[in-house]
Design a protein around this ligand. Structure first.
Ligand code: GCB
Length: 609
């Protein structure tokens, strides 16, 4: 983990991919018999031979597919298995064969033909293993077995805490997992599984940092290769018409692109075909010890990001975030990747006129990030460190590792303009100070080209982490969690607070969350908590404050993101009626009245910036 590149698998002259998505076999372990499967070496048998096997879709979360109520609360190892063929032409010493998982939540162990090929921890980032050609069959099916464990601990991100409930009112061995985050802990093979090849001498990683000054773009690049002999690396930057805009003949360098077509957020250009302009960086590797060649084509946008204590600009123009917090969440598939939902969501995002979102509260799929790059949607890219508490050394290590891997995966994306290292950690705890000092140092050492934020729900006077941030990101629920229903206090509370944060830390500020649970179709007049009328009035009160802050010269206010794009699933608790209902869209993506209101506002804002 953390070593080597994690470029997205692609087909090219010298690379091939084969999807393993589809219907797999599946089983869980009997309650209270933890680790039975590992003890009984289920990876050496077919799941039918273990005595139980059901159908499971990959990718998908496994919880919502079953009629078994226990499945929703299941904690422990869940077993997946399928068969696959490896094309005989892949049996070639000039080629590597890899198996790659887009994400598996949370711990995973993978066996191919009974041999463990990788163990992995972490729910939202890709991992892969090379399959030595003497371990795969070319003349009969291969068997892949994946064991997935959804148990979180004090040292995982996010954290979870197993709690045994004892006493006469509970049955024996009764335990649950507590967590502080507000979304369902969906688990399973959440993103695509791909078998792919690269040449044995191969392009392992590409790092690109772009800049723009006037009409000239620049692309600083560094190519990492793994070769047996001496490598020759060359790069060519092609525009959308395939015309070469610049070339380089070394593994690192800077390409100058005169008259560059810059990558713009779609709300900042009048012609939508100018949004999200992507060049293709074609990287070629030749290894002199053999005839081996490799080619990788990376889509990149050329743009500049600049920030100071009083500004944030894209390509030299001030950018105002008009966006959302979101979730990867939908009926039945849970957090499983779904291209249908991806397209619908981005059509809704454009319909509303939002220019941005934060990948609350974990890295989203690579396929989704491609769409954001391509459409010109701005992303605050968040690490899965949500609601952290108890800042121990084990947690710090996991958290740093997740940041390393997130940045490795997303560093080349034009859409990503900021890293969010955490959401709502308990930063009133003095131990959080050294912890986040190290988290910020670590993140800056990996990428100095983007600002880094931490999303806080703390108080400016007692917070220990805001001092390290480049941009202040605040989550606020006035008149919802506190002073419930007292809409008239939103203006005074938020205005005073913004001024305090600004005076104390002197950084640009975004309100990254505000919102009210709203049951679609529930109406009252006058408005009342949970009604569509209340959500709209609550938003209007916020808009007034945001407009004052935007024009107030003593505060650099650079954005508003409503919580949430759509209703989503949470754990069971009495403040959640089958999930969190703060969406402006329902979970099935139909607009509440608030969606129309937000649409009017975001289109007006788009005219201003
Ligand atoms: C928050 C969290 C978010 C919750 C939201 C809420 O502050 O960041 O994950 O869903 O509040 O609705 O309570």
């Amino acid at each position: 983990q953390g070593n080597g590149g994690i470029l997205y698998p692609q087909d090219s002259e010298f690379r091939q991919t084969k999807s393993l998505d589809g219907i797999w076999k599946f089983r869980t372990e009997p309650k209270g018999a933890q680790d039975l499967g590992i003890g009984q070496s289920w990876f050496n048998q077919t799941l039918e031979q273990t005595g139980e096997s059901e159908l499971m879709a990959v990718p998908s979360s496994y919880q919502d597919l079953s009629q078994d109520r226990e499945r929703m609360n299941y904690l422990g190892w869940a077993w997946y298995q399928t068969e696959f063929w490896v094309p005989v032409e892949w049996n070639d010493f000039a080629r590597r064969i890899l198996i790659r998982f887009g994400s598996v939540h949370y711990n995973a162990m993978v066996w191919v033909n009974g041999i463990k090929v990788i163990e992995h921890q972490g729910g939202h980032l890709p991992f892969q293993a090379e399959l030595p050609s003497n371990q795969v069959y070319f003349d009969k099916p291969n068997i892949v077995t994946v064991a997935v464990n959804n148990t979180l601990t004090a040292d995982t991100v996010p954290q979870g805490f197993l709690t045994y409930k004892t006493g006469e009112k509970y049955p024996p061995n009764h335990f649950i997992m507590n967590s502080n985050f507000d979304f369902f802990n969906y688990a399973g093979i959440h993103r695509s599984v791909v078998l792919y090849t690269t040449p044995r001498s191969y392009i392992d990683d590409i790092t690109v940092t772009t800049d723009a000054s006037g009409t000239t773009g620049s692309v600083a690049y560094a190519i990492e290769v793994v070769t047996e002999g001496a490598p020759t690396v060359s790069v060519a930057l092609h525009d959308k018409d395939g015309v070469i805009a610049a070339q380089g003949s070394a593994a690192t360098g800077t390409l100058q692109v005169p008259n560059a077509k810059l990558w713009w957020p779609y709300t900042m250009v009048s012609n939508s075909s100018d949004a999200g302009y992507l060049y293709t960086l074609e990287v070629r590797l030749r290894d002199d010890s053999s005839d081996i060649e490799d080619i990788y084509r990376l889509k990149i946008g050329i743009r500049s990001i600049r920030w100071t204590d009083t500004s944030f600009t894209i390509n030299g123009r001030p950018f105002y975030f008009a966006g959302f917090g979101r979730h990867e969440d939908f009926f039945i598939r849970g957090r499983g990747f779904d291209p249908v939902l991806l397209v619908k969501d981005h059509n809704l995002i454009k319909w509303v006129g939002a220019n941005s979102y934060r990948t609350t509260h974990y890295p989203y799929s690579e396929e989704l990030m491609d769409v954001a790059d391509q459409l010109g949607i701005v992303i605050i890219d968040e690490c899965p460190a949500v609601s952290l508490t108890l800042f121990g050394p084990g947690l710090l290590e996991t958290h740093k590792n997740e940041l390393t891997r997130l940045i490795k995966r997303d560093k080349n994306r034009a859409s990503v303009v900021m890293w969010s290292v955490a959401n709502e950690p308990r930063t009133e705890d003095p131990n959080s100070e050294n912890y986040f000092r190290e988290i910020f140092q670590h993140t800056r050492s990996l990428d100095a080209s983007r600002p880094i934020t931490i999303v806080l729900d703390s108080n400016y006077a007692t917070d220990h982490a805001a001092q390290f941030t480049d941009i202040l990101s605040l989550n606020r629920y006035h008149a919802w969690y506190q002073d419930q229903g007292e809409l008239e206090m939103i203006g005074t509370a938020l205005t005073a607070e913004a001024q305090h944060w600004m005076d104390t830390f002197k950084k640009p500020m975004i309100v990254t969350e505000y919102g009210a649970d709203t049951i679609a179709g529930l109406h009252t007049s006058p408005s009342w908590l949970f009604t569509e009328e209340f959500q709209e009035e609550y938003m209007r009160e916020h808009f007034k404050v945001f407009d004052n802050l935007r024009t107030n010269s003593s505060v650099t206010f650079i954005g508003e993101m409503i919580w949430n794009f759509a209703d989503f699933m949470t754990k069971q608790e009495i403040r959640r009626v089958v999930g969190n209902k703060k969406g402006i869209f329902t979970r099935d993506r139909q607009p509440k009245a608030s969606a129309h209101l937000l649409r009017t506002r975001y289109h007006l804002l788009a005219n201003e910036y």
